[in-house]
Structure formats: structure tokens, C-alpha cells
Design a protein around this ligand. Structure first.
Ligand code: FEO
Ligand code: CA
Ligand code: CA
Ligand code: CA
Length: 654
């Protein structure tokens, strides 16, 4: 345990523009939280224009703390989980998804096989009990995103290649496209609590970047800026990619967030009307040379194609023949995720961060209410509503600014001719509304038990000291922070909110880091670079980290899952629960409805920062990876995999 306390942060050297020391802001937040608890019962739902009494029972309810012995910081070739818990590999890259999938043969992989097998780099995991709305919890659908591919660790062809581009082939590009997207798999739990995939389930489905037809819907669908030579309608598009985090809607659909879509485009635009729009999104990012094999990824050949990515995709997992829909009403940016909540009137609220340095936090509120009895009636709910962007004030208040064509600066004078323009260029619209630039907003997680919303701001190496503010208190910021939002009157649709820091991440024993944790946090309980978040059925918050190649510098430990208290005397205490193998990133924490299983996604084992892995100290290659997790067989490359964790002695995880 460290000897650091909130009071001992008085020596924090950071000076913010208002000259307010960090600890004063922290103390103000603590006391305001007390105020809110005592006065909130008098609030009404101002944002909706209706005076609706709001039940505050959840607000005063004390959430339980955690009951497990934490593991230690460290890094090695395998995963680690807290004592009395068992971690079983559920499914790995290449395992069959559809019943006709061939066995995985890494040396002879094909795009056709990959399109039927579990994709690469599992990220978001969503859990939907079967049948929908049932109390039976031994069968479920898992909806899993496949964010991107590490081609050099998937194919022998890159070993020894001077220039990876010369080793790239059409086959490799097509395998990569087929390994992107998502998987829907049925899983079943046996008597001893172990989950298995159901190989012949009719629900099993692969969604890819190259083989899945999708529709565009909402205000931007059909707009000229979304039309291409292959799709003059501007309403149909092939595939999705860079699906990072996501969400499951109250009506049991699967939301896939399209994040770093810029990396899939090549070419250059001179004097083209989309030039500024694309520059704002970093297009062309040229991570992958897909454009050599499919012209739609070359912006010279197909200049509007990139406007058809960067959306939220909604998939009905109960109909494997359904056409996924890109919901343009939720805006176009680098969507990290899209978690939902309900407002008191029954509208659905979707939170989504735009994961790039100095980008923004968004919220969508549907125009219509969720129908609890008629699932069909909800299937196009995400086509109309109001998208807003967050402004965080220095005093701990905040406001959601609506992105509505014709209102404020979102007019033809500023180049917006319609709501479609506002949505296609969401970032520029948000700039004009005075949104607060954040330290890379990753997952945004509402807690239905407490009514709060948690925002991972993962890091921002580009923020300068003179660019800091209350919600982004450090520059450069290598460690990130977790912000807690309290919607006014516990109404996720309210215009106003207050906000507070839950943790300012990094090593609390290093004064130069200026971290803030609960003093009960041990030397293993702190973490850096929060990313995916999950709330378990008891209302407790769990955090997955993504330090990338900087893990040795940011914390010295591999990524993992930490539990963090959000209430009471232990608020802000982290506890380390799970650790990934070297080079991996921790994604997808997701609980079964009974809290007895935590599913986690181990992404790109052997990839990040292996030069700093003691004893290995070099870049991984296909033939020489830093780990061959999880098979540890000479013929098997490292494989991104979903892991199911349960308590050996039974009962809820953690
Ligand atoms: Fe795909 Fe923002 O992590
Ligand atoms: Ca992420
Ligand atoms: Ca989440
Ligand atoms: Ca990340």
C-alpha cells in the first residue's frame, strides 16, 4: 500500500489556467457530491420540458465493494487471474464460427476460410441471454468485434521482408478484410459453470469488411457525399472495419463502433470538396494497402467511400440473414464505443467517445421511446434523435450542446447545407459549438445502478502544460483519467450534468506523475491508460487498460483488468484482477447477466513493446513471437482470444 492520500497531493506542481491546484478541484468535487446527494430529490427533468419526479433510490444506494485478492503488476508470456478464479479460453482467432468453417491452418489461411472463422483482434464483447429477455442464463449470444489485423504476426510472408509492402499480396489483403468486423456466436454453460461455443447454432455469423452488405440509414443516407460509382444510391455499403468497442441495445441488437477508419484508405485529394473533411479525420491514414486490391479504398478512385465509414453499425443478432445498418444519426467520427442508457421518459441514450487526441464526447437521445413489448418497433429507433457534444466547465458542471442543422453556427455560412452535412462532419460541427477537447475519449459506460456515467480518457502525449484544464489536468498525459458524469436529476437526456474525477491514473508513488487514487490503493492497484469499461450486475466498475507500446514507461506492467470502487470511503481504489500476456491489450470486459462470468478479450498478444520485455527485447515476428499464447505450440502463432473467467468457489466474479 502506498502512503499517499488526497491531502498529500498539496505539492502537485501542475498549475491550471485558473490557477486552481488539482487537490482543490478534487476537494470541491467531493463536497459537491455530498451536496448533490442531499438536494437532488428536489430536481426535475428540466431537459425534457416536463416536470417529472425522479426516483433517487439508486443514488443513495451503497454499491458493494470487491472481494478478491489482487494479483501483482508484471509481464510474462501468459495471463494471470485473481486467486479462486479460473480463466478458460473460449474462442481464438481462426476457430470455427459458422458450422461449415474449415479448421484453422495458419500456414495455409485463405480469405474464404477466414470469413467463416473467428476474426482477429477481438475487442468489444456483448452478452445477450437466450432466449431474449429470459431468466435462463445458460445459453447466450456473444457479439464480438474484430478491430484490426496484425498482418505481420498472421503470415510467414513478412518474416525477413525489408519492406512490408513488397510482401503484401492480394491474398493477405483479403484475409485481413475477412478477419475484420465481428462474430456472433452462441455459447452454452455446462453444469460446472464452463462456457463452450455451440458449433452448429443457427445464430453463428461472421460480419466482415468485404463480404457483408450493409445499409446506410438516418439523415445522411442517400446524400450525394455518400454516393459512389458502385452505389449511386448512397444507401448501401460493403462491410465495416476497425470496430473497436460497442454496445448492446435494450432491444437486443448489437452496436459496432467504427473507429480508426482513416487507416484503410490510400491516395490523395487535391482541391477536392472532401479534402478538409478528410484531413480532419486523418484520411488517408494508409495503415493497410487495401486500396491496391480494391479501388474503393483509394480516395483518388472513389473519393466518397471514406464518408461511408466512421458510423455506428446496428446488427440484429437474432436474424443471421439481416442486413446491418449504419445509423448516420449518431454522427461520423472515430467512434470508440456506443453504450446505451434509458432516460426517464423511455428514450434511448447512446454515449460515444471520439478516440483521438483533443477530440470530443458525444451523446445521442432518440426522438421516440423504446417499446418494451414490440421489439420490431425499436429496430429503427436510432434513425432519429438529437446528437450532442459535451462541454466540461472548470467548476465541475457541464452541458450537452446539440448538433442541429440551422441552430447556432451550424448554418450554410459555415458550410453546412443540411443535417447530413452536420453528421458527415461531426467533428467540425462540434468545434463550432465549443466542445471540450479531451485526452482521447475511449469507452463511456453508464451505470444503471447509480445513474452515473464513466468516461475513460486514455492519455494524450500531445497536450502541453499550458493546454491543461480541470478535466484534462496534465500535459503531457501518459496515463489517462476516469471521469464520472452525473446527469442532472439522473436523467441521461438532461442538458446539464456535473462531473468529477474518479481516478487520475499513473503511479501514485511518483510525484512527477500527479496521480490521484484512493490511499487504500496498493502498488498493484493503480493502472495507466484506461480504455474499455464494464459495470457488473451489482453496479461495480471494472476497467481494462491499453497502454500500447508504452506499457514499460506508463506502468511497467502488462495491461489488464482492474476493479475500482466508485462510492464510499474506498472510492477511487483500484485492485488488479487480470493480466494479459506480453504485448497484448485488454479489451471487452463483459459480464454474464448473473455476474458469475466475466468475459474478456485478449487482443494482439506478442505485439506491443516487446523490445522492453526482459529476456526477449526485440520485435515479435511470425516465426519469432514474444509469446505463443494461448496454445504455446510451435506451429501456432499467438492468437487473440476471448477468455471466460468464473469463481471456482461459485458466485459472482470478484
Ligand atoms: Fe480501439 Fe480507442 O481503442
Ligand atoms: Ca479501445
Ligand atoms: Ca463498455
Ligand atoms: Ca485504446
Amino acid at each position: 500500500m502506498t502512503d499517499r492520500s488526497y491531502e498529500e497531493t498539496e505539492d502537485v506542481p501542475i498549475r491550471r489556467p485558473m490557477g486552481t491546484p488539482l487537490h482543490n478541484i478534487w476537494e470541491t468535487r467531493l463536497s459537491r457530491r455530498g451536496f448533490l446527494k442531499s438536494s437532488a430529490s428536489t430536481l426535475t427533468v428540466a431537459a425534457t420540458g416536463l416536470a417529472l419526479p425522479v426516483s433517487l433510490s439508486a443514488c443513495s444506494q451503497q454499491l458493494p465493494s470487491f472481494d478478491f485478492a489482487e494479483i501483482e503488476h508484471g509481464v510474462d508470456e501468459t495471463h494471470h487471474v485473481a486467486a479462486d478464479h479460473q480463466a478458460d479460453i473460449l474462442i481464438r482467432w481462426g476457430d470455427p464460427v459458422t458450422s461449415d468453417a474449415p479448421p484453422f491452418d495458419p500456414e495455409n489461411q485463405t480469405a474464404a476460410a477466414q470469413a467463416k472463422q473467428f476474426g482477429y483482434n477481438n475487442d468489444f464483447i456483448g452478452f445477450i441471454p437466450l432466449p431474449l429477455g429470459s431468466e435462463l442464463k445458460n445459453n447466450a449470444l456473444l457479439c464480438v468485434n474484430h478491430e484490426f489485423t496484425n498482418d505481420d504476426l498472421m503470415h510467414a510472408a513478412f518474416d525477413g521482408a525489408e519492406n512490408p509492402l513488397t510482401a503484401y499480396t492480394r491474398d493477405i489483403a483479403e484475409i485481413s478484410m475477412a478477419a475484420h468486423g465481428g462474430s456472433i456466436i452462441e455459447v452454452a454453460r455446462d453444469a460446472d459453470g464452463t462456457w463452450q461455443t455451440v458449433p452448429d447454432s443457427p445464430f453463428n455469423r461472421r460480419i466482415t469488411a468485404s463480404t457483408t452488405d450493409m445499409k446506410l440509414s438516418g439523415p445522411a443516407a442517400g446524400h450525394a457525399r455518400l454516393q459512389t460509382s458502385r452505389d449511386p444510391s448512397g444507401r448501401s455499403v460493403i462491410g465495416t472495419m476497425n470496430n473497436c468497442a460497442g454496445g448492446i441495445t435494450p432491444w437486443g441488437t448489437y452496436l459496432m463502433a467504427e473507429e480508426n477508419i482513416h487507416g484503410y484508405f490510400m491516395g490523395a485529394l487535391d482541391d477536392h470538396p472532401e479534402k478538409a473533411n478528410y484531413t480532419r479525420m486523418g484520411i488517408p491514414g494508409q495503415f493497410y494497402p487495401w486500396g491496391l486490391y480494391d479501388e474503393r479504398f483509394n480516395i483518388n478512385k472513389e473519393p466518397n467511400e471514406a464518408n461511408r465509414f466512421g458510423w455506428i453499425v446496428e446488427v440484429d443478432p437474432f436474424d443471421p440473414t439481416s442486413t446491418p445498418v449504419k445509423r448516420t444519426a449518431l454522427g461520423r467520427f472515430k467512434h470508440e464505443g456506443c453504450e446505451t442508457a434509458a432516460c426517464p421518459l423511455g428514450r434511448v441514450v447512446v454515449y460515444s467517445g471520439d478516440d483521438q487526441q483533443f477530440e470530443y464526447l458525444y451523446r445521442f437521445v432518440s426522438d421516440n421511446v423504446v417499446s418494451p413489448d414490440n421489439r420490431e418497433a425499436n429496430l429503427n429507433l436510432l434513425d432519429s434523435g438529437i446528437l450532442s457534444v459535451a462541454r466540461f466547465n472548470e467548476d465541475g458542471t457541464g452541458v450537452w450542446e446539440p448538433l442541429i442543422f440551422g441552430q447556432g453556427p451550424l448554418t450554410p455560412e459555415n458550410g453546412f447545407e443540411s443535417q447530413a452535412d452536420v453528421l458527415i462532419e461531426t467533428r467540425r460541427a462540434a468545434d463550432l459549438l465549443g466542445a471540450t477537447p479531451l485526452d482521447r475519449p475511449e469507452d463511456v459506460q453508464p451505470n444503471v445502478k447509480s445513474g452515473k456515467v464513466y468516461v475513460s480518457l486514455t492519455n494524450n502525449s500531445k497536450r502541453q502544460e499550458d493546454q491543461t484544464d480541470a478535466v484534462n489536468p496534465r500535459g503531457p498525459n501518459l496515463w489517462g483519467q476516469i471521469v464520472e458524469i452525473s446527469p442532472e436529476a439522473e436523467n441521461h437526456a438532461a442538458v446539464n450534468f456535473t462531473w468529477d474525477m474518479l481516478a487520475v491514473c499513473g503511479d501514485p508513488a511518483d510525484d512527477a506523475v500527479n496521480a490521484i487514487w484512493n490511499p487504500e490503493t496498493t502498488e498493484n492497484g493503480w493502472f495507466a491508460c484506461p480504455d474499455n469499461l464494464a459495470v457488473d450486475p451489482a453496479g461495480r466498475l471494472w476497467v481494462a487498460t491499453d497502454q500500447g507500446k508504452n506499457w514499460a514507461k506508463a506502468s511497467g506492467t502488462a495491461d489488464g483488468v482492474w476493479a475500482i470502487d466508485t462510492e464510499g470511503d474506498l472510492r477511487g481504489r483500484g485492485k488488479m484482477f487480470f493480466r494479459v500476456p506480453v504485448g497484448a491489450e485488454m479489451c471487452g470486459p463483459c459480464f454474464s447477466d448473473d455476474g458469475q462470468t466475466l468475459f474478456v478479450a485478449v487482443q494482439h498478444p506478442a505485439t506491443d513493446g516487446t523490445e522492453a520485455f526482459p529476456g526477449f527485447e526485440r520485435k515479435s515476428t511470425f516465426g519469432d513471437p514474444a509469446t505463443r499464447w494461448p496454445d504455446f505450440e510451435a506451429a501456432m502463432p499467438p492468437r487473440p482470444s476471448v477468455v471466460a473467467i468464473r469463481r471456482k468457489s461459485g458466485g459472482p466474479v470478484g
